[in-house]
Design a protein around this ligand. Structure first.
Ligand SMILES: [Zn+2]
Length: 573
C-alpha cells in the first residue's frame, strides 16, 4: 500500500520533471476555524496557512496532509483555486495509519526562504481509531486506551500532529513497525514547527438542549459561551505564539468546571458527571501542592487545566498547559504527582524543553522524596524513566557515527527532554543541594534565556563549584552514560573498632558524574559521594565504625548503562 502510493506520486511527478520533497516547506502560520458537529462525529475546517520554503531549491509543488478520515474541499492561492491531486498516503503519524495528501501545483515557483499563503477548506469525521497500533499487533482493547482521540456526542478530545492530523502537516511516511521511524518523523516535524504560530477557533452548536457544553483548547486562550444571541453556541479561541513542544489539542463535552481557591491558584479542573470524587481529590489537594511548588519554582501564575477522560484506563496526555487524565478511580498519590507537574508549568516557563519538562518531572520525584515516601521511593520513581533513554544512549556509544546522539540542550526527543532531563536535575540537586538549586531556579527568567549556558552560570556561582564538565557531558553534548564499578576497597585497621576503608570507583562509561556509594558494615551503612569522570577512576577514604563487608556504588540516582557490576565484597581482614 505504502509502496504503491509512493509509486503513483512519483509517476505523476516524473512527467513534470520535479522530485517531491515533502519536507521542503515549514508551515509557519496557521489561522484556522474548526466547526464541530458531535452528533455526526464531524468537523469542518477552513482558514489560511503560510508555507515557507526552507529547502535549498525553488519549489513549484507543495504537499499538505490531513488525517485519512478527512477530505480536501478547496485550496486557493490569491483567491484562485489551485490544481491539486488528492491521494491516500500511508503513515503512522496519524491514528488511522494514513493521511489524505493534497499535492498542489503552485501558481509560481517559491524561492528558498520565500513564503506562500494558502486558503484551505477540509472536512470529515474523527472517530476513535487504533489502526496504527493494532496493525503492529497491539490488541484492540489495549490500543483504545492510548488512541482515545475522537469527536463524539458525549465527549470530544482530539490531539494534533503525532496523533490526529486535524490541521495540515507535511511529513515523510512514518512507520511504527520500523524501530524509531515514527518518533523520528514526528520529532522532525515538531523541531521544524517549533517557532510556528497558530490562531485556532473551535466552535460547536450544541443544539437547544445543551447549554452546559464546554469547548477548550490548549493554547493561551479566551473562550465564550454565546454568539449571535444563541445560548447553545459554544466556542473557544486559542493563540499559539510559537508551538515549541505544544501539540495543539481541543476538547469539548458536558464538563463541570472548578476553579481552585476561588481562582487564587491558576488551575482549572474539568470533569465529567460521575467523576466528582476523583475531581475533588484534585480540588482539595491543589492548595498544599501549590505551596510546595512555590517554594521550589516560584508562585504559580500561568493558567493550566486538567481535563477528565471518560475511559478510566486512558493513557494520560500532556501538552501546552493542559493535562488530559482520567479522574475516575484516582489514587491520592497520583493526583498529587499530576498536580505537582502541572503547577510547575504554571510557575515556570522556558523555551528549552529540557528545562520546562525536565524540571516538572524532577519536581515529581522531589515531591515523592520529600512529601510522600522518601529517597528510595523517589529513586525508584525516577527509574521508571530509565529504559526510555538508556537503550538510545547505548547506541550512541556503540556507533557514534550512525547515532550521533542528541544534546539535551537542543533535543526534541521526549525520552531525553523528559526522562534524561529529570535525572540531570536530580543529579544537580544531589551535587549542589536543595537551597542552591532553588536559588538558581528562582533566578531563572525565560525571557533572558538566550544562551544554552544561561542556567549553568548562576548555578555554578551559587554552588561555588565547577560544573562545566557535568554540563559538557550531560547537557551540551550527548556523550552516552557512565558505567560504574568498585575497582577496589581496602580496609585499614583504625582505632579500636573503627576501620579506614580506601575505596576506588572506576567509571568505564563515557559521561562523568558524582555518584553515591554505600559501605555496608556489621551494624549499619555509611554513604558518601564521589566525582568520577568518564573513563577514569577516583579514590577516597572513609572511616567506618565497624568491619566493612561490602561496597555498593550508585543507588540508582545516576543513570548508567550496566547496573550488574556495582557490588564489591570485601574479603580482606
Ligand atoms: Zn509537562
Amino acid at each position: 500500500m505504502k509502496f504503491l502510493c509512493a509509486l503513483c506520486v512519483l509517476c505523476g511527478l516524473v512527467s513534470s520533471g520535479v522530485a517531491l520533497d515533502r519536507e521542503a516547506f515549514t508551515f509557519t502560520k496557521y489561522d484556522l476555524e474548526i466547526r464541530l458537529e458531535p452528533e455526526q462525529q464531524r468537523l469542518g475546517a477552513r482558514g489560511k496557512i503560510t508555507l515557507r520554503n526552507d529547502s535549498a531549491q525553488p519549489q513549484k509543488i507543495a504537499v499538505l496532509q490531513i488525517s485519512s478520515s478527512l477530505a480536501w474541499r478547496s485550496i486557493k492561492v490569491d483567491g484562485k483555486a489551485v490544481q491539486f491531486v488528492s491521494q491516500p498516503y500511508a503513515s503512522d503519524i496519524d491514528h488511522t495509519a494514513a493521511l489524505s495528501e493534497a499535492i498542489i501545483t503552485l501558481p509560481a515557483e517559491i524561492k528558498p526562504k520565500d513564503s506562500v499563503e494558502l486558503e484551505i477548506g477540509y472536512e470529515g469525521t474523527i472517530v476513535q481509531d487504533g489502526t496504527r497500533l493494532t496493525q503492529i499487533g497491539i490488541p484492540e482493547d489495549i490500543a483504545k486506551h492510548s488512541s482515545w482521540d475522537q469527536i463524539s456526542p458525549t465527549f470530544t478530545a482530539v490531539r494534533g500532529a503525532g496523533y490526529v492530523a486535524w490541521y495540515p502537516i507535511a511529513t515523510e511516511s512514518a512507520d511504527f513497525s520500523e524501530g524509531n521511524s515514527m518518533f523520528q518523523v514526528a520529532d522532525r516535524w515538531k523541531a521544524r514547527e517549533a517557532n510556528s504560530s497558530m490562531t485556532l477557533w473551535v466552535g460547536i452548536d450544541a443544539g437547544p438542549d445543551d447549554a452546559r457544553m464546554t469547548v477548550i483548547c490548549n493554547g493561551v486562550g479566551i473562550s465564550g459561551d454565546t454568539r449571535e444571541g444563541s445560548s447553545h453556541f459554544h466556542w473557544a479561541k486559542c493563540e499559539y505564539d510559537s508551538f515549541g513542544l505544544n501539540v495543539p489539542a481541543f476538547a469539548s463535552g458536558k464538563l463541570n468546571e472548578r476553579a481552585i481557591a476561588n481562582g487564587a491558584i491558576p488551575l482549572g479542573i474539568y470533569f465529567l458527571d460521575g467523576h466528582e470524587a476523583g475531581a475533588s481529590a484534585y480540588i482539595t489537594t491543589a492548595n498544599s501542592i501549590a505551596k510546595f511548588v512555590a517554594d521550589w519554582f516560584g508562585q504559580p501564575k500561568i493558567h493550566v487545566a486538567i481535563i477528565d477522560l471518560p475511559d478510566a484506563n486512558a493513557a494520560p496526555f500532556e501538552s501546552g498547559n493542559m493535562l488530559f487524565v482520567p479522574m475516575k478511580n484516582e489514587d491520592d498519590k497520583l493526583v498529587e504527582i499530576n498536580l505537582v507537574h502541572e503547577l510547575v508549568h504554571a510557575a515556570l516557563s522556558s523555551p528549552r524543553p529540557w528545562i520546562r519538562e525536565g524540571l516538572a518531572h524532577f519536581a515529581e520525584a522531589i515531591y515523592r522524596e520529600q512529601k510522600q515516601d522518601g529517597r528510595e521511593a523517589a529513586v525508584d520513581f525516577l527509574n521508571l524513566h530509565r529504559t526510555t533513554f538508556v537503550e538510545a544512549e547505548k547506541d550512541v556509544v556503540a556507533a557514534p557515527q550512525k547515532n550521533p546522539g542528541q544534546p539535551l540542550a537542543t533535543t526534541f526527543d521526549e525520552s531525553y527532554y523528559r526522562s534524561k532531563a529529570a535525572y540531570v536535575w536530580w543529579m544537580l540537586r544531589d551535587m549542589v543541594g536543595d537551597d542552591t538549586l532553588k536559588q538558581a531556579i528562582h533566578n531563572y527568567h525565560a525571557a533572558d534565556d538566550k544562551d544554552p549556558k544561561y542556567i549553568e552560570q548562576p548555578l555554578t556561582a551559587a554552588a561555588k563549584r565547577d560544573l562545566g564538565w557535568f554540563f559538557d557531558d550531560w547537557v551540551y553534548n550527548d556523550r552516552g552514560l557512565p558505567d560504574f564499578r568498585v575497582l577496589a576497597a581496602h580496609p585499614w585497621k583504625g582505632a579500636q573498632t573503627t576501620q579506614i576503608v580506601t575505596v576506588t570507583i572506576e567509571n568505564l562509561g563515557t559521561a562523568g558524574a558524582e555518584v553515591p556509594f554505600t559501605i555496608r558494615f556489621a551494624g549499619g551503612t555509611i554513604t558518601r559521594r564521589i566525582e568520577v569522570r568518564a573513563k577514569a577512576t577516583a579514590t577516597t577514604r572513609v572511616e567506618v565504625p565497624g568491619i566493612a563487608a561490602e561496597v555498593v556504588v550508585n543507588d540508582g540516582s545516576v543513570p548508567e548503562t550496566d547496573l550488574t557490576n556495582n557490588v564489591f565484597k570485601i574479603t580482606e581482614p
